[in-house]
Design a protein around this ligand. Structure first.
Ligand code: NAP
Ligand code: HSE
Length: 429
């Protein structure tokens, strides 16, 4: 049994790729005992050979020709950390078809083509693993697939984007400006190559799609997830939230309900005493509710070079053990159900509304009656400031169906006494 050496190829030598390279070197002395084999990086695919040469001990491993990797039969495991849909998708597919196990951190791809690629892995008796695609260093895919697999999971929820959590934390705790915080997150290696994916909630949406698919055994793709980012959140909203005893977090929510799967990402006001309120900086936290286990919470670094490399390398070690034990790969698509997706209009939530209205008698009463006529019950309302002919009012609703709130907003749009709805943020609980 076994193999003295398992050859590995690394695709991409950016933030995560560099971390993987370092962990591979750090772990080398332990490998014979830990894995009953030794992993060797045989090739690293890069775009710019000169730039990459500064990062490796032996430059002969560098290549910019994918064929040198896919056609090399001695390479057993391919680690994809380039990102993006293409050419990463093609390379992963070709690697699996060539009988190589693949480990990837690529949520963009898994959230769209996960099912198809898992089928390809299964057909070719190799592994496709993607622990690092969700919540950086936190082990969550493994627990959902294995440790919690004897549960009916009804909810997976949490903070799953390090960049936005870092930005919101800096804005809340240090009064930092949004763009300053985004620049810092990029420099620290948390943000995606195009940070739009982070700040618009797409990255968290991809992670929610991946976790929901595994947790509910039904394929949820990125396009099934409703996404809203943090670009509309202002210092004023953060200040109001603080006054009301809340903090603003970008939350991902996946629920398996009688009406279908709810999958959404948006900013949310959460009580400052809630455990998620204290998850700060690049840390992530994921709550899972299962019928047998009850509540479980996972917490740790959600982004960055070394935490993400930890997750990637855990998968590489697992794939290596399967090769050593000749188990022929054990990952397969677990989506054996076809659950409907619930529309965002049908979700029930509480809402925080900040509105600029005309500063004259009767406006507050009219706003309240529009909400009431649309079945939106008010929990709290206050006029917060007056300036000339304008006043600002803040409304917190009871639990209402989102479509009812949207109907009320449509009515406000047609009313001259409502100048704007400056903020609309869902409230936790
Ligand atoms: P990155 O720093 O931008 O690194 C990507 C690297 O891949 C770059 O060096 C890039 O080369 C290289 N690359 C891109 N296309 C290539 C191609 N066609 N051929 C060869 N090399 C290519 O990104 P990253 O932060 O390491 O992220 C990599 C992956 O991990 C992404 O899927 C990301 O979503 C995921 N991830 C990242 C984190 C994190 O904290 N950063 C956490 C979890 C998951 P150039 O330098 O020439 O552009
Ligand atoms: N850009 C991602 C984040 C990286 O900020 O969470 C980890 O997936």
């Amino acid at each position: 049994m076994g193999k003295d050496v398992i050859n590995v190829a690394l695709l991409g030598l950016g933030t995560v790729g560099t971390g993987v390279y370092k962990v591979m070197k750090q772990q080398e002395p332990e490998m014979p005992e830990k894995l009953n084999t030794v992993l060797k990086i045989k090739k690293i695919l890069v775009r710019n050979l000169e730039k990459a040469a500064k990062k490796v001990e032996d430059t002969s491993v560098l290549t910019n020709d994918w064929k040198e990797i896919v056609q090399d039969e001695s390479i057993d495991i391919v680690i994809e950390v380039m990102g993006g849909l293409e050419p990463a998708g093609t390379y992963i597919k070709e690697a699996l078809l060539a009988g190589k196990s693949v480990v990837t951190a690529n949520k963009d791809l898994i959230a769209v083509r996960g099912g198809e690629l898992l089928d390809t892995a299964q057909e070719n008796h190799v592994d496709l693993m993607f622990e690092a695609s969700v919540a950086g260093g936190i082990p969550i895919i493994g627990p959902l697939k294995d440790s919690l697999s004897a549960n009916y999971i009804s909810e997976v929820m949490g903070i799953v984007n390090g960049t936005t959590n870092f930005i919101l934390s800096k804005m809340t705790e240090e009064g930092m400006d949004y763009y300053q915080a985004l620049t810092a997150a990029t420099q620290l290696g948390y943000a995606e190559a195009d940070p739009t994916a982070d700040v618009e909630g797409y990255d968290a949406g991809r992670k929610i799609a991946i976790m929901a698919s595994i947790a509910f055994h039904s394929r949820v793709t990125f396009e099934d997830v409703y996404t809203e980012g943090i670009t509309q959140i202002t210092a004023k909203d953060i200040a109001y939230a603080r006054e009301l005893g809340w903090v603003i977090k970008l939350l991902g929510v996946a629920k398996n309900t009688a009406e279908g799967v709810e999958a959404r990402v948006h900013p949310m006001l959460i009580p400052k005493e809630h455990p998620l309120a204290t998850v700060s900086g690049s840390y992530n936290a994921v709550f899972v509710h299962g019928d047998a286990v009850d509540d479980v919470m996972f917490y740790g670094r959600g982004a960055g070079e070394m935490p993400t490399a930890s997750a990637v390398m855990g998968d590489v070690f697992a794939a290596a053990k399967n090769i050593v034990n000749r188990s022929g790969g054990f990952t397969r698509c677990g989506c054996y159900k076809k659950l409907p997706i619930k529309k965002i209009d049908d979700i029930i939530s509480r809402y925080f509304l900040r509105m600029e209205v005309e500063n004259k008698p009767g406006v507050l009463a009219t706003v309240a009656s529009v909400l009431g006529n649309n079945s939106v019950s008010i929990a709290q309302v206050s006029q917060t400031s007056k300036q000339g002919d304008s006043a600002e009012i803040v409304v917190v609703t009871d639990h209402v169906r989102e479509c009812h709130l949207k109907d009320a907003l449509l009515t406000f749009q047609k009313m001259s006494m409502v100048k704007s709805v400056s903020a609309l943020i869902r409230v936790y609980g």
